[in-house]
Design a protein around this ligand. Structure first.
Ligand SMILES: [Zn+2]
Length: 193
């Protein structure tokens, strides 16, 4: 039984966002497809690779790929009654922003919802071409000081937030050319979001 959450009455959860101007550029879903959503824009406001340790743990991945949208640019078309929430700061499943939003059936992480924006995970979007996916390619790495591996992609690598201090990209020496990355020592940073 879904609690009578007030947030389900507004975008991106509510059908109230199904106005005349909303035209789906992309469709996406969780792994089990019981939660489905649409995006009205052909590209995000920005996209980033986030290496923050909480993201590493909650995603079971070395880093997170997130695309930033206005909440009104996304609408759930199926399964809002199956969404579960996790606020890492308060360590609670109550709906408290900012929070991670996942499917309760297959547990796919769907988005991070902030107070004003949301960060959707592009791996869930059904891209029809590599050109479409390219519009979601990250502009930078953030919280790179918490990385578990070095990345050589030429993108700016910020110690914490975008616009802050940058960390120079480590170039592999000749004898290591061919390897994508090398492991780095664990370190801790504070996420101020
Ligand atoms: Zn699912």
């Amino acid at each position: 039984m879904q609690p009578d959450y007030e947030h389900l009455k507004r975008p991106p959860y509510s059908s109230t966002s199904r106005n005349e101007s909303f035209s789906a550029a992309f469709k996406g879903s969780c792994f089990c497809q019981k939660v489905q959503f649409e995006i009205s824009k052909d590209r995000p406001l920005d996209a980033k690779f986030c290496h923050y340790s909480t993201c590493q743990q909650l995603h079971g991945a070395p880093f997170q790929w997130a695309a930033i949208f206005e909440k009104t640019d996304v609408r759930f078309t199926k399964g809002t009654d199956l969404l579960i929430y996790w606020n890492a700061g308060e360590a609670t499943r109550e709906y408290i922003l900012p929070c991670k939003v996942s499917c309760d059936v297959c547990r796919t992480p769907i988005m991070d919802e902030g107070r004003n924006m949301l960060m959707l995970f592009p791996t869930l979007i059904q891209f029809q071409s590599s050109e479409e996916r390219r519009n979601f390619y990250p502009s930078c790495h953030i919280f790179y000081s918490a990385r578990v591996m070095d990345i050589q992609d030429g993108l700016p690598k910020f110690e914490t937030h975008k616009g802050g201090r940058q960390i120079p990209e480590v170039r592999e020496s000749e004898d290591r050319i061919g390897k994508v990355a090398s492991l780095v020592e664990p370190r801790c940073v504070q996420h101020s979001d």
